[in-house]
Design a protein around this ligand. Structure first.
Ligand SMILES: Cc1ncc(COP(=O)(O)O)c(C=O)c1O
Length: 388
């Protein structure tokens, strides 16, 4: 192995997996890591009150980013936990009822729903079209008199497809079913307004929006109809009893600032990332044949490019690209890897000689990095094809 100093840092193109922390977020967090270390539950002294004030400022920032009421934001450890509190919380309030979700949800949603199904709830998994989009009519058709929850992600983490949330929210307006949205990949990339979209529950995570890892939030509607959730954990009653445990104050402060920046930067960042992505795609398609873009041609996250490449083995491709940090979006990146349920759901699950690469472009990527990444991928694919 090379000594660390001899290794050059790869170009980071994996922003769906996680994002680097924005220096402005880090700066905002530092006081809470140094001097303002109080426990926000210690209301009887200044340290605690100071920490509590920071938490409440962050709550306001998260609420603003979602068009939500301040009191409806619950801090969690991330989107996995937010999804669990939302889905299990609703389901366990209605034993044996009916749940609806889609075939391309993150495992945190799909596996939670499947566990509930094994435990006696009924589950309908709605299919998506070949671009990964859900038809709101299919959601409407799936509803039963006892449907208590419909969970649809705002944007997919593999192929970037953005779902028609407004239409789905409208389809649910006259039903008893609550609308949960996993917005982990969408905050700061897609306009989200819980009132306009008719959303009752929404999950998000700081580390996908240039904030710290291990912190997230759940929006839970309380008005006009209060969403009842059965808590998963017992403890000190924090966060309205929904997520007890001492709050991660520095993380929460970071999440608040990350949300604020994400919304403030959204339009400019989307335009920049879209231009970079098109530049990357143009370079690749100019130089290589046998490429397919996975995901929706129009309704797709600006920084997402999931591309199928014929005639190369997924593993060989990635192993030969140590200068790039990106993900295999492949159905079979290795013999032991689980196939991508998302690519399977859109009918693009590939084969042993078809690789899929997931590029996730982000805030700090430059045009030079994109050109270098494209050149490296082209060279590697050509070399692998020549060796066949
Ligand atoms: C769509 C989606 N939902 C949920 C998660 C889980 O988020 P966290 O890492 O905050 O638990 C992720 C992260 O990959 C995601 O992309």
């Amino acid at each position: 192995m090379l000594p660390a100093a001899a290794m050059t840092t790869p170009i980071y193109l994996d922003h769906h997996a996680t994002t680097p922390i924005d220096p402005r977020v880090l700066d905002a967090m530092l006081p809470s890591l140094r001097d303002e270390f109080g426990n926000p539950s210690s209301r009887h002294h200044a340290f605690g009150r100071r920490a509590a004030a920071r938490v409440e400022e962050a709550r306001e920032r998260v609420a603003q980013a979602l068009g939500a009421r301040y009191a409806d934001v619950v801090f969690t450890s991330g989107a996995t936990e937010s999804n669990a509190i939302a889905i299990q919380g609703v389901a366990r309030t209605h034993p044996g009822a009916h749940l609806v979700t889609t075939a391309i949800e993150h495992r945190a949603v799909l596996d939670t729903c499947r566990r509930l199904e094994r435990e006696g709830w009924r589950l309908t998994v709605v299919p998506v079209d070949r671009h990964g989009r859900v038809d709101p009519q299919h959601i409407r058709d799936a509803l039963a008199p006892d449907t208590v929850l419909v969970s649809v992600m705002a944007a997919n983490n593999e192929i970037g497809t953005v779902q028609p949330l407004a239409e789905i929210g409208a389809a649910l307006r006259d039903s008893q079913a609550l609308f949960h949205v996993d917005a982990t990949q969408a905050v700061g990339r897609v306009a989200l307004d819980v009132e306009a979209l008719g959303i009752d529950l929404l999950s998000l995570s700081a580390h996908k929006i240039y904030g710290p890892k291990g912190v997230g939030a759940l929006y839970r509607r309380r008005r006009p109809r209060r969403v009842e959730l059965q808590p998963l954990v017992d403890g000190g009653g924090q966060e309205d009893g929904l997520r007890p445990g001492t709050l991660n104050v520095p993380g929460i402060v970071g999440l608040g600032v990350a949300c604020e920046l994400a919304v403030a930067c959204r339009d400019e960042e989307n335009a920049r990332l879209h231009a970079l992505r098109e530049r990357l795609l143009a370079h690749l398609t100019r130089s290589l044949d046998g490429l397919t873009v996975n995901g929706h041609p129009q309704w797709r996250l600006a920084g997402n490019l999931n591309i199928g490449i014929d005639g190369v083995e997924p593993e060989a491709l990635l192993l030969g690209l140590p200068e790039l940090a990106l993900s295999a979006g492949a159905a079979c990146a290795s013999a032991s890897a689980r196939p991508s349920h998302v690519l399977e759901a859109i009918g693009a699950s590939g084969s042993a000689t078809r690789a899929a690469l997931r590029f996730g472009l982000g805030r700090f990527n430059t045009a030079e990095e994109i050109d270098r990444a494209a050149a490296l991928v082209v060279a590697r694919v050509r070399a692998l094809r020549a060796a066949r």
